[in-house]
Write a protein that binds this ligand. Structure first.
Ligand code: CUA
Length: 157
């Protein structure tokens, strides 16, 4: 088969790009525990505060770690500060009552979108005790830049 020289260049270029994409996804999955969005659980965004899953917000300690329930809204998180244990898996359950927000725990791999109508859930473990800033990284309105919360990771007693 006679493939013209320039055609070969483009074929190899396309192969390299596809390989690079596949490597990026694999490395992200393996090194940073990246996972597909967990948007499988739905919720009525107008009834979040009376929904049993979000009526009580905050931290629940379990035998294995902790669960954090938080609600995002323009332009705050409720609750605005949570305390979780270090070295144990922490599951975050998040939803929005208005528009799409972000949820990034700066300096960690905790990062997800919060979309009204859905419950976003992810689990991560914080090795280092300390204070972490949670910021909204999806533009959600005029005071988007003020939307933040605090995560305190406490060392085991
Ligand atoms: Cu919420 Cu930006």
């Amino acid at each position: 088969m006679n493939v013209p020289f320039y055609e070969k260049i483009w074929m190899w270029a396309a192969a390299v790009i596809i390989t690079a994409f596949a490597v990026t996804v694999t490395v992200g999955y393996a090194s940073s525990a990246l996972q597909p969005p967990s948007h499988v659980e739905t919720i009525d965004p107008t009834k979040v505060f009376t929904d049993p899953r979000f009526a009580q917000r905050g931290v629940t300690l379990t035998d294995h770690g902790a669960t954090v329930v938080m609600v995002a809204m323009m332009f705050a998180y409720n609750p605005a500060e949570v305390h979780v244990p270090a070295g144990k898996p922490v599951t975050f359950r998040l939803t929005s009552i208005d528009v799409t927000h972000g949820f990034q725990i700066v300096g960690t791999n905790g990062n997800t979108m919060i979309i009204p109508g859905y419950v976003s859930q992810f689990t991560t473990t914080f090795a280092q005790p300390g204070e972490y800033l949670i910021v909204c990284n999806e533009y959600c309105g005029l005071s988007h830049h003020l939307m933040s919360a605090k995560l305190v990771v406490e060392a085991a007693p």
